[in-house]
Design a protein around this ligand. Sequence first.
Ligand code: NAI
Ligand code: MG
Length: 497
Amino acid sequence: MTTLLPERLLASVRSSDSIVINGERRASMSGETFDVFDPGTGEVIGQAASGGETDIDVAVRDADRAFRESWKDAKPTVRAKALLRLADLIEENTAELAQLETLDNGKPLWETTNFDVPMTAELYRYYGGWATKLTGDVLPVSPLFGPAFAYTRREPFGVVGAIVPWNFPLMISAWKLAPALAAGNAVVIKPAEQTPLSAVRIAELALEAGFPPGVMNVVTGFGETAGAPLVTHPLVRTVAFTGSGEVGKLIMRSAADHLKPVHLELGGKSPNIIMADADIPSAVQGAMLGIFFNQGEVCCAGSRIYVDAPVYDEFVDAITTHAGSLKLGHGLAEGTQMGPLVSAEQLERVGGFVERSREDGATVAVGGERAKDVNNGGYFYRPTVVTGTTDDMEIAREEVFGPVAVVMPFDGEDDVLRRANGNANGLAAAVWTRDVSRAHRLASQLEAGTVWVNAYNMIDPTMPFGGYKASGFGRDSGAEALLHYTQTKSVWVNLDR
Ligand code: NAI
Ligand code: MG
């Protein structure tokens, strides 16, 4: 399979100089590396540099220098051009980036080609537009002493520390990098240890696009050794994180010691609500997309499917049939509909949730096992639907982060609202109905940062994305994300001196 890849791609996969500081690729100071796996075979396909505290220190200092010397006062048109050019370069290199992301994460090539890469390009393009449109206000002050003129400026923080997960490496990196860079910050990004490859290519393309060296830096490595020192480095002024709630709490605690703001996008257990008056075939398709897209390794996955009692049996029949017929395969193989999970650890974790649900008395209607027949060494897990659960069972309450949905019947709008909102998380929710009043009523009552009506997993660079409750705070995408990467300065000018 890997022989299909271009030589340049293979070279970048094999390399252990995956740290990018001041526009140069480097090995880690300690010389330590870690293995990069192909999740479709379980084979080691290369090494990446395991960065540590010293690498972070060098990267952050260099980013701070680049911020002061070449980025913070760069003309907005210069920043815009670099971001727009990067968007173009990403599109021009779609085939390579898509293969790289598929090889690293396992997800199907059709997905990286038609979703991850184009969405990444559009994020850089969208924030490229913002670079020239970040205005302050002229303030209608009423001075108590003498005439005055006052205004605000939106200024960058300096160095932004970004820590990202493995489920959408390119896109989630762009969620942080694009608005941060548009606003004039420099960034040090730490990709997930499971998927270090694509961030390195983006940093290379960024240089080609005209970003000054040092403005975008990548330190590959593990959470405790590279992520933690990035959070505490005194020159890192704000931290943007997507990942688990557990690590989100650690980051917030350690940021508190340094009084630095954090923006956390954490997990979910999102309710997908199917009313009896919905177009059921579309709802089934939407529910499939909601839980099996990207192997269910999606923070907003529709993992709690609530179905109106009158259509429950029909819905369960349909979704189990469809789930059972999804074609699993290597991400690079023709016709693959669902790829492997990202790692042996994630495979173990997902399988553990399903095993415990059986012990709790739930029924596995379809799936519920590793798919060794696809590839004995790959991390394949069958699309799984679990029924016979109550809302308080672990499988219905906790994020599985894999292709596992629970389907539960409900009795009326009040019942489903109470149960949908009864979870600690609040990242996303969806409602399937033909009743327009009901759709808006539920959209207003659901405790979630995003609500889809007759749709699932739809996102856009213009649309803020983030959590209510335990799913975190702050928003990626949209104008709102720029608030995390700018601080407001008020300027007062005395007019009679
Ligand atoms: P994680 O939260 O440990 O990893 C996310 C990122 O944080 C990675 O870059 C990791 O290296 C870094 N990190 C880990 N420990 C750190 C620390 N002490 N300080 C600074 N950075 C640190 O997620 P993991 O272990 O990969 O997955 C565990 C579970 O988390 C998943 O099963 C899923 O439920 C959830 N998750 C949610 C994601 C989301 O998109 N909201 C993404 C990834 C995982
Ligand atoms: Mg972890």
